[in-house]
Structures are given as C-alpha cells and as structure tokens.
Design a protein around this ligand. Sequence first.
Ligand code: NAP
Length: 248
Amino acid sequence: MKPVLLVTGASRGIGAATARLAASRGYAVCINYRRSTPQAEALAADITASGGEAMLHQADVGNEVEVLAMFRAIDAKLGRITALVNNAGILETQMRVEDMDADRLARTLQANVIGSFLCAREAVRRMSTKHGGTGGAIVNVSSMAARLGSPNEYVDYAASKGAIDSFTIGLAREVAAEGIRVNAVRPGLIYTDIHGAGGEPGRVDRLKDSLPLQRGGQPEEVAAAILWLLSDEASYSTGTFIDVSGGR
Ligand code: NAP
C-alpha cells in the first residue's frame, strides 16, 4: 500500500513542489486547492504522466463542511491518510496594525490557523492508534514571520504563524503516544506568488541581499525539508521545526 498524503494549497508554490516531490517518492497525493483549477489540473496531469498517483480536491480549508467532504473523498479514492502537509496559507496587503479591520483578521486566522486545525483534526481521527489507525506524520508550514513579527507588513499573518508554532508543539505532545509525529517548517523568503498578494511581487529580490545566504529560496528547497520530516528518517523528531530561511 502506498502512503497517502494530503497537501493543502498545492496548486502553486511550496504546496505544488511538495506534492510533486512526494509523488516521485511513492506517495499517493491529494492536491487540495481553493481557486486555481487550471494549475492544479496541470500538476495532477504531470504527476500522472510521470507514473505517480494523484487526485484533486477543491476545498477551502477554513470551511469545516468542505474539509469533512475532502477527507471523505480521500478515504474513498486513496484510502486511509498517513501524511498531511498543512500548507495552505494567505496574507493580505501590507499595512500597519492600526489600519487592519476585523474582517481581514478573521480571513487570515480562518485560513491559516483554523484551516490547519480542521485538517489536522480529521487526519488524527484517521491516523491515531487510539482510533484504529496505524499512525502517521503531519507537517505544518509555518513561517520565519512567526519569530520576526513582520512589522509594517503583516503582523496578523505573523501572529497566525506564531499560532501554528504553538499548535505544532501542543498537537505533537498530544498525539505522540498514538503513532503520530507533528513537526513544522519555517520558510523564509521563497519565490512564490504569495508576495504579490501582499502588494509586492518583487519582495524576495528586495530583501534577498540582507540574508546570510544572499539569495531567495526556491519552493523545492522547502519541499525537501517537508519530505524529510514526513519520512521515517525523521522517526525520532516530533514537536520540532526546520527553518528553511537562508540563515535569517
Ligand atoms: P502561494 O504561492 O500563494 O500558494 C498558496 C496556496 O494555498 C495556493 O495553492 C492556494 O490555492 C492555497 N490556498 C490559499 N488559501 C486556501 C484555502 N483557504 N483553502 C485551500 N487552499 C488555499 O503561497 P506559498 O508561498 O507557496 O505559501 C505556502 C505556505 O508557505 C503558506 O502557508 C505560507 O504562509 C508559507 N510561507 C511562504 C513563504 C514564502 O516566502 N513564499 C514564507 C514563509 C511561509 P489557490 O491557488 O487555489 O488560491
């Protein structure tokens, strides 16, 4: 039986690189996305053409009904989930805290925090030995923003990633004796579309010279760390973090 992996937010960026690498390493992958149907379909077609196994599922991870339907679809098409990457995430236009309204804060926390909780909950219900599962691994995609705070850009986003760090530690300790490892990666400045959502598509190039490694990172470099944390090579690591951030 192939290991079964859900990657949330896998139509683009870090999620897409993770789904691609996982499929090449023998995972049956569910590619979740919210809006980018053509990109998600192209990724699934690529994986299949390379001999891998993938299914597509459109769902907003912040919507409980849609998350429940997604996990039922995975049960039916791929079998019991053994690995989850909570990657879906958003940020909004750069601004100071004094200008943020409640709707914006709710959108950010709903997608980044509640979405990760809901997907992890459904995964634990299937992976935990307490529920008849055979264990599994969860990797949360946090951010260096959790430690840096993103002043003058998006403190709300940074705070949502701080919540993901606490979530990673707490859930890891809660389910460690039930065969489930929970870890996180903290990417730094990675070349993806997310910076455009903040209103600055060229943000990585603006800041890259300030990094010890003096360059931005590629989604594939984050995917490699995620795949290691999912793998048996990381069998004694739980509740911990890999910073994939060029030394920042
Ligand atoms: P991206 O290129 O903007 O891709 C985001 C992905 O998340 C897309 O596939 C998007 O789907 C999906 N998504 C967004 N909201 C969703 C929702 N509510 N439900 C389901 N899917 C949703 O971003 P990225 O840079 O690869 O970011 C991936 C993760 O890495 C995020 O958690 C982000 O915070 C984190 N991160 C990124 C960086 C960086 O520098 N790029 C640094 C630190 C952390 P659609 O395409 O369908 O909208």
